[in-house]
Ligand binder design. Structure first.
Ligand SMILES: C[S@@+](CC[C@H](N)C(=O)[O-])C[C@H]1O[C@@H](n2cnc3c(N)ncnc32)[C@H](O)[C@@H]1O
Length: 223
């Protein structure tokens, strides 16, 4: 594929400021080897997540959607030694691949994987009075994005940053007549943010080595 200008510039930025080491390139290879779709965030987005974590002094991180552990590794690396990241994955074979990748990156002590439907695990975390998280990324299935976001707010404190990936979808988000459940899920979330007094939120469009997309960035307000 001929690289367009967004891809070329993204590669320039990543080479300069977000270079991948072997543990990260091994994740990409492990996905190909296991026939798992390449749906990880880009290197530059991994670095961006680290920067957001540093901005909110994140010691406790919650991730919805582990895949092969690529974003997990970026984020766990930005945690202090006593930090903790809980990552949720519904697909057991993906989780097995991720576990090996996280171990290969030397981060097992910081990462707890929970396998199952995110919606059930989130409900459990709340019923068990889980300590609030400082940083939450929602990057799992799209139809329940609004429900995931509502759970995320319940698992937050003032100043928690919540990121929701893939909410622009090459501009398809503008198609209000679409019957695509993923699109409808993301549209429900985006629309809800207009009235949500619990957070200050915006949506940042993204271009680069991945297709044109965008992410919600929300900060939890004082109650
Ligand atoms: C886009 S990928 C995550 C990419 C990963 N965050 C990264 O950047 O490396 C989405 C993941 O969410 C998982 N997923 C889908 N539905 C889920 C659900 N109901 N609960 C938990 N995980 C789910 C998929 O199996 C897939 O691994």
């Amino acid at each position: 594929m001929k690289e367009n200008i967004f891809q070329k510039v993204d590669i320039y930025i990543s080479n300069l400021l977000a270079p991948e080491d072997k543990a990260l390139t091994d994740v990409i290879k492990s996905l190909d080897d296991a026939n798992i779709p390449q749906m990880s965030v880009s290197a530059n987005h991994g670095k961006f997540l680290q920067i957001l974590m540093i901005c909110c002094n994140a010691k406790r991180v919650l991730e919805l959607g582990t895949l092969g552990g690529y974003s997990t590794i970026w984020m766990a690396r930005a945690l202090p030694d006593n930090g903790k990241l809980i990552t949720l994955e519904v697909n057991k074979s993906y989780a097995d691949v991720a576990r090996k990748n996280i171990e290969n990156a030397g981060l097992t002590h910081k990462v707890e994987m929970k396998i199952g439907k995110a919606i059930d695990i989130l409900a459990n975390l709340i019923s068990q009075n889980e300590e609030p998280f400082d940083f939450i990324i929602i990057d799992a299935d799209k139809p329940p994005y609004l429900e995931y976001f509502e759970y995320a707010v319940k698992l937050s404190h003032q100043g928690t940053i919540i990121v929701c990936d893939n909410v622009v979808r090459e501009g398809k988000i503008l198609d209000i007549k679409s019957s695509d459940e993923r699109l409808i899920g993301v549209q429900r979330l985006n629309e809800s943010l207009k009235e949500n007094k619990n957070v200050t939120a915006t949506i940042l469009q993204t271009v680069g080595v991945k297709e044109h997309d965008g992410m919600v960035i929300a900060v939890v307000n004082q109650n």
